[in-house]
Write a protein that binds this ligand. Structure first.
Ligand code: 13P
Ligand code: ZN
Length: 269
């Protein structure tokens, strides 16, 4: 069977990275059943032959206007598809979509008519926003990391920047690799437009966004780096929980140590 990836090594490499990350998400226990989703903007890899490919689905509406996505192409995880399956068969558990000229709808063009993730409004909204800002980010990852979600069950950590400060203070590298920290979005219905809008807004100020009692959403230049950001933050949450389960509240790095690190690594305050 023919695939859009045939004889396209650069595109194949990007899709294979998604498959690799999907495997990590499953191994970490962050991707129960169909949990989580990934999209990547692949427009830069699209040639004339792809542009002429006939749709293999009906026209589907996004639910919101995406003025900067006209003629863009995305690889998207399929809704209800498992990360552990996507890791082995990315083109059976995800598909390539083309955004139509009305900027409000799309068609699936390859390889199979796999319907994209239910969180598409959040993903596309964020891609639309990144393009408007000239951002080099091309990948967005939503996943269900156990320990980071657990901390959102405490109202203390839902207050502005409390979770970020705690996570940064567990191990110096966290601030170095996640210098703008973890933004918090109070609970919203999964896959809602409201969740998408809140995600765009909070990503203006933070590297990674937490959807209360649900999961995280990260963007970066590629899918591997988006995964790394979540992994670094969750590692800090694990250290916090390990200390708590040994029966004590972890001290965390002192303000002076954090300050020294911020200057030495040239990080934002
Ligand atoms: P999908 O299977 O539609 O991608 O949904 C998974 C999920 O995590 C929703 O938040
Ligand atoms: Zn989810």
């Amino acid at each position: 069977m023919k695939s859009i990836l045939d004889n396209r090594p650069a595109l194949t490499k990007e899709v294979n990275k998604v498959a690799e990350v999907a495997g990590y998400l499953w191994q970490k226990g962050w991707a129960e059943r169909n949990g989580g989703n990934i999209t990547i903007n692949i427009t830069e890899f699209v040639d004339d032959e792809i542009r002429q490919m006939k749709p293999i689905s009906e026209v589907r509406t996004i639910g919101a206007l995406m003025p900067n996505l006209k003629g863009c192409y995305f690889y998207c995880k399929g809704t209800n598809k498992r990360m552990r399956d996507l890791a082995r068969w990315p083109m059976e558990n995800g598909s390539v979509i083309r955004i139509l000229d009305d900027c409000a709808s799309y068609v699936i063009i390859a390889d199979h008519p796999v319907v994209p993730t239910s969180e598409l409004p959040s993903h596309l909204g964020v891609h639309n926003d990144m393009i408007s800002k000239g951002s080099p980010n091309k990948a967005s990852v939503h996943t269900h990391p156990i320990e980071l979600i657990a901390i959102t069950h405490s109202p203390k950590f839902m207050k502005k920047d409390v979770a970020t400060r705690m996570l940064w203070s567990m191990i110096p590298e966290t601030k170095a690799f996640c210098p703008r920290g973890l933004g918090i979005i109070p609970y919203e219905l999964p896959s809602s437009l409201e969740l998408g809008e809140a995600t765009i807004k909070v990503l203006e100020d933070y590297d990674v966004v937490m959807w209360e009692k649900h999961g995280v959403f990260a963007v970066d230049c590629d899918v591997m780096q988006a995964f790394d950001q979540i992994d670094v933050l969750n590692k800090s949450a694990l250290i916090y929980i390990a200390a708590k389960s040994m029966g004590f509240e972890p001290d965390g790095m002192s303000d002076a140590q954090m300050q020294e690190m911020t200057i030495a690594f040239n990080l934002p305050k």
